[in-house]
Design a protein around this ligand. Structure first.
Ligand code: ADP
Ligand code: MG
Length: 371
């Protein structure tokens, strides 16, 4: 029973029965195998033994000094991200399995943002001895699930000790034909600005989790009912990288002129695309796709939903530009929304509000709306 930790309880209702690290530590019935018992090599073996190699491009995976990959005549794409406990995640409410899954997603999202196919990852972890083996098994179960669903080979990593928190770094590798790669700097005047999915939910999910953490601290016996927020919480804890959008665009024969994934918030990513491409933009407030739960939760939290979508972050949707002539190919698709168009550089980067006023886009990240 994870009753001593409310997140153990609510996750049973809303997402799935997944233990948090805090829940595991407080639960006297969870077995706890010390990492010292296994030693470094035993641990690496234990964690990596279930990974299967599926790609021909993986010549050598885990078990040698380095992995060997062969992409023949393709271009190789490589990206890495580092997640630190207390900075990027809070183990009092993030289930370890979701953390493993998300660590993979944030990297795959970057590969897909290049219009490439992701094929391999490496996973490096730093752990202190406060983590029992069972906690790392949960983390790796999430990594393995992500690898299976997204068809990725885990080909290596590093395992080391940390004196304090947990750190996890994933490096993702992929490939594309040189002609298919899409960069941030290709947007041209008159192109349409398009976004996948909907925005702002992951930020609100984080606000809900933080609020419930405070409620729990004040009253550990409280039994929150978070069902109505399950979409938001799932978007925060278990994002999906938009491999499907890359495949969809390929099937529609649409090659974006520029692309980026939304990790820091729409506003900052639009600014990146426009700055790199040396163009301006008109972004229409009324076009920004919002889930109904985002709208109702913003009302409840007295937040402006446009601000949340612009600055919230962690949506892991794809933001891209297409030529106007490609519009008929995407217009009927419910996963894609045209939110603006590219202008010349001197017109600047403007948000056209519902009141038809033009205001300058700023890259606020997500801190300013935390207050
Ligand atoms: P080295 O001493 O050369 O760094 P290691 O003993 O750290 O080698 O690693 C042995 C093998 O296990 C390598 O293939 C490495 O990539 C892999 N490996 C190490 N740690 C991990 C991990 N946390 N997850 C996946 N593979 C790992
Ligand atoms: Mg090593």
């Amino acid at each position: 029973m994870l009753k001593s930790r409310f997140f153990g309880i609510f996750l049973c209702h809303t997402i799935s029965l997944l233990p948090t690290f805090a829940g595991m530590i407080e639960d006297k019935n969870t077995p706890r195998t010390s990492l010292a018992e296994l030693g470094e090599f035993g641990l690496i073996d234990h964690l990596s033994k279930h990974f299967e190699i599926i790609h021909e491009s993986t010549i050598r995976g885990i078990g040698d000094d380095a992995a060997v990959l062969d992409f023949k005549d393709k271009k190789c794409v490589l990206t890495t991200d580092l997640l630190i406990e207390g900075v990027h995640f809070d183990l009092s409410y993030v289930p370890l399995k979701h953390l493993g899954y998300k660590a993979v997603m944030v990297n795959l999202s970057d590969v897909y943002a290049m219009n490439a196919t992701a094929t391999q990852i490496t996973v490096s972890i730093a752990v202190s001895n406060r983590f029992p083996l069972e906690a790392l098994e949960e983390l790796y179960a999430g990594i393995q699930t992500a690898a299976k669903i997204y068809k990725i080979d885990v080909v290596g990593g590093d395992t080391t000790s940390s004196t304090t928190g947990l750190m996890i770094s994933v490096t993702a590798v992929g490939y594309a034909n040189g002609d298919d790669l899409v960069y941030r700097d290709g947007a041209k005047e008159n192109d349409l600005l398009v976004v996948s999915g909907d925005l702002g939910a992951a930020y609100l999910g984080l606000q809900i989790l933080e609020r419930e953490k405070q409620v729990y601290k004040a009253n550990p016996n409280s039994q929150p009912d978070l069902d109505q927020y399950s979409y938001l919480i799932e978007r925060q804890l278990k994002p999906e990288a938009r491999k499907d959008i890359v495949e969809l665009l390929k099937a529609l024969e649409v090659k974006p002129t520029s692309m980026i994934d939304i990790s820091d918030g729409l506003s900052s990513e639009v600014i990146h695309l426009c700055t790199k491409s040396e163009v301006g933009v008109h972004l229409y407030e009324e076009k920004i796709p919002l889930d109904p739960v985002v709208i109702s939760t913003c009302e409840e939290f007295k937040l402006n939903s446009t601000t949340v979508a612009l600055s919230g972050g962690e949506d892991y949707e794809l933001l891209f530009t297409i030529k106007q002539e490609d519009f008929p190919k995407i217009k009927a698709n419910p996963n894609l929304t045209v939110i603006g168009h590219i202008t010349d550089k001197k017109s600047g980067m403007g948000l056209i509000t519902r009141a038809n006023e033009k205001i300058q886009l700023t890259a606020q990240g997500w801190n300013p709306i935390k207050e």
